[in-house]
Design a protein around this ligand. Sequence first.
Ligand code: PLP
Length: 212
Amino acid sequence: MNIKANISNILNDLDEKVQLVAVSKTKPNNYILEAYQAGQRIFGENKVQELVKKHNILPNDIQWHMIGHLQTNKVKYIAPFVSLIHSVDSKKLLIEIDKRAKQNDRVIHCLLQIHIAQESNKFGLNENEALELLEMNLSNISIDGLMGMATFTDDKRQIRSEFKSLKNTFEKVRREFNNLFILSMGMSGDYDIAIKEGSNMIRIGSSIFGSR
Ligand SMILES: *Cc1c(COP(=O)(O)O)cnc(C)c1O
């Protein structure tokens, strides 16, 4: 597997407006360093313990994104350094992130995770819940956009319609909160569809680092 070639293949297909998050969960540090040496600086993890460990060891100009479900009692461990949290899915979590951001004297950038998949096991807010969180206007939180995950299926029509619905929600919410600018959607299997439907941040794991 050639991590560097995988990254350049993906980047070659991308408009410069689309940001690539290299999802390094479960992968060893030497894989991450290989991607780093190829110029990649944004990495995504879905477990707090693994994220903290990697942050402590790897170069400090890496921007670490938390992309997985986040428990309130673990926010304190990533609050000092996390660059973007993609997975805000409750009011309680957002209030905790604000509190820990204050303690660290920083603003923490967040995305609201919207439930778009048919599967009920996926986390996320609906549009009204998202609006409610945006209206809170917490002092040490910057809500920069929305994130969503499509259903795990081969049915491209269904995936496309789920991404379309997230893009619609994004545009609707943005009429009121026009500082939102990130739409995080698309993974290895569906990022081509996501980009066509308006994504500007894709989260790619297996197409860069191999299967897990
Ligand atoms: C694992 C994961 C990804 C990347 O998945 P791949 O299919 O390996 O590209 C993207 N987003 C989230 C939230 C993930 O947990």
